[in-house]
Design a protein around this ligand. Structure first.
Ligand code: FE2
Length: 222
């Protein structure tokens, strides 16, 4: 995604002089231009939308109010930008995020997984993108979980993103998950690779055993 953005920036600089004239000409002839970025593929909402929970508004899902403990699992610092296909930031987009805990269990009455709940993890947050479209939150890496006796879903985090013009419901997955290749939902995406992130080792300003995840989200028009 970063590479795509850099390409766009260079192309944008080189083409700025002729863009206005050519766009006007294209409009008059009904010619459609390809956008420099491709929109992030959508995914199903799933059955565990947290209907009965209050979202965390702090951006730190690893802690819950009233407890000094911290959620169990691999801490992730997730950030990215909400953009439109022209690479322009989408400020003040609303992002709802929900996920299973490190045992693969959602805090949801419909989740029949016998895996334990984590008292320090609710797995539901509401965020807003900044003026430059950026967002960030801290969470733990969810576990894969069984859908039935024969199907296991790979680890993923759900996103419901509402911009000014578009809403996108999708899921973010993790590179190397053994269940990615067989997951019917991930593999049904137009570009599954656009939904898979590679956690990186932390920079010195983060906990040494945490990981950094970057996930840009491209809405059609913003
Ligand atoms: Fe899920």
């Amino acid at each position: 995604m970063v590479k795509e953005l850099r390409l766009f920036s260079r192309r944008q600089l080189m083409a700025t002089a002729s863009l206005a004239a050519s766009t006007a000409a294209a409009a008059s002839f009904g010619i459609a231009y390809a956008s420099p970025l491709r929109s992030t593929p959508g995914q199903i909402l799933g059955p565990f939308w947290p209907t009965q929970a209050k979202p965390d508004l702090s951006g730190d899902l690893t802690r819950v109010p009233g407890s000094t403990g911290r959620a169990m699992g691999q801490v992730l610092h997730v950030s990215g930008r909400v953009l439109n296909r022209d690479g322009m930031p989408v400020p003040n987009a609303k992002l709802d995020i929900w996920q299973a805990n490190s045992f693969g269990r959602y805090r949801h009455p419909s989740d029949r997984n016998p895996a334990p709940l984590d008292p320090n993890f609710n797995g539901f947050a509401e965020l807003a993108s900044d003026a430059d479209g950026s967002y960030r939150f801290v969470t733990i890496k969810p576990s894969s979980y069984p859908v039935d006796a024969n199907i296991i879903r790979p680890a993923h985090i759900h996103f419901d993103v509402t911009g000014r013009l578009n809403r996108l419901v999708t899921q973010m997955y993790f590179e190397g998950d053994p269940y990615n290749a067989s997951d019917r939902w991930l593999q049904s995406a137009t570009r599954p690779e656009a939904l898979i992130v590679r956690p990186q080792l932390p920079t010195p300003d983060f906990e040494p055993d945490s990981r950094i995840v970057t996930f840009d989200i491209v809405l059609i028009d913003g």
